[in-house]
Structure formats: structure tokens, C-alpha cells
Write a protein that binds this ligand. Structure first.
Ligand code: UDP
Length: 134
């Protein structure tokens, strides 16, 4: 087992639903420690830069618009196998496909307003943590 860090974002829909605390409790109960955090309103440039890998995808414009529609809570999580553990807590991208008890199954409305972001690999985690926390 490896001690890892991953980047998590509680997206505007979940912030608006007032479930930051409930999501943090899930991280903590899974043994993931919050080692950095900030509550921010992303600018369009920041959201576009963060999702640059998706810029050719048809949903890119709407995704950026959604991510700047309200404040987000951004955190770095640390723990054993943190990248995969966080992805398991999140559930599938589309909440309709997300396993019962996952964050997206419980708090997300749709594939675009899907409550949370989590790095999908250790390599991307390092890039994403640097992007928001330097
Ligand atoms: N997304 C979307 N429509 C789609 C696919 C993705 O709006 O058809 C958004 C959604 O918010 C998702 C994000 O783009 O979380 C990044 O997509 P990815 O496939 O990387 O999913 P994730 O890693 O977030 O599960």
C-alpha cells in the first residue's frame, strides 16, 4: 500500500446543497486526511485551464460554465491508495450508474452536475494539486 495524495473538488451543485460536511465525513471515515483546502470561486480561465484535457469534447463549454456557476471547495486528500479510494467514494461519472452509497449516487443530479471531481491517476493528482496549491 502506498501513501498517496489526490485532488478533490466539491463542485458548485454540492456546495449549493450544503453537503460539504457530509462529503468531508466520508473522506475522513475512509481514512483520507484533508491536507490542504480552499473555498473559492473559480475564474473562467482557471476552470478552462483545469479541464484543458477536455477542451475538444462537446461538453467542455457547459462544464466550464457549470464550474464557475458558484463557489467550489477544493482539497488535497492524503491516505493509503488515496487516488483509487477517492474514486471509489465518488462513484461513476454519471450518477445514474453510480453504486449505491457513493457520493454521486447520493448527492449528484446528472452527468454534468455530478457533485465532485477526483483525480483519475497518481500522475494527474500531482499535476492537479500543483495547479491549485502550487
Ligand atoms: N462531463 C459532462 N458530460 C459528459 C461527460 C463528462 O458534463 O458527457 C463532465 C462531468 O462533470 C465530469 C467531467 O466532465 O465529471 C469530467 O469528465 P470525466 O470523464 O473525466 O469524468 P470524472 O473523472 O469526473 O468521473
Amino acid at each position: 500500500m502506498a501513501l498517496e495524495r489526490t485532488l478533490s473538488i466539491i463542485k458548485p451543485d454540492a456546495v449549493a446543497k450544503n453537503v460539504i460536511g457530509q462529503i468531508y465525513t466520508r473522506f475522513e471515515n475512509a481514512g483520507l486526511k484533508i491536507v490542504a483546502a480552499k473555498f473559492v470561486q473559480l475564474t473562467q480561465a482557471e476552470a478552462e485551464g483545469f479541464y484543458a484535457v477536455h477542451k475538444e469534447r462537446p461538453f467542455f463549454k457547459d462544464l466550464v460554465k457549470f464550474m464557475i456557476s458558484g463557489p467550489v471547495m477544493i482539497q488535497a486528500l492524503e491516505g493509503e491508495n488515496a487516488v483509487l479510494k477517492n474514486r471509489e467514494l465518488m462513484g461513476a461519472t454519471n450518477p445514474k450508474d453510480a453504486a449505491p452509497g457513493t457520493i454521486r449516487a447520493d448527492f449528484a443530479e446528472s452527468i454534468d452536475a455530478n457533485a465532485v471531481h477526483g483525480s483519475d491517476s497518481l500522475e494527474n493528482a500531482a499535476i492537479e494539486i500543483k495547479y491549485f496549491f502550487g
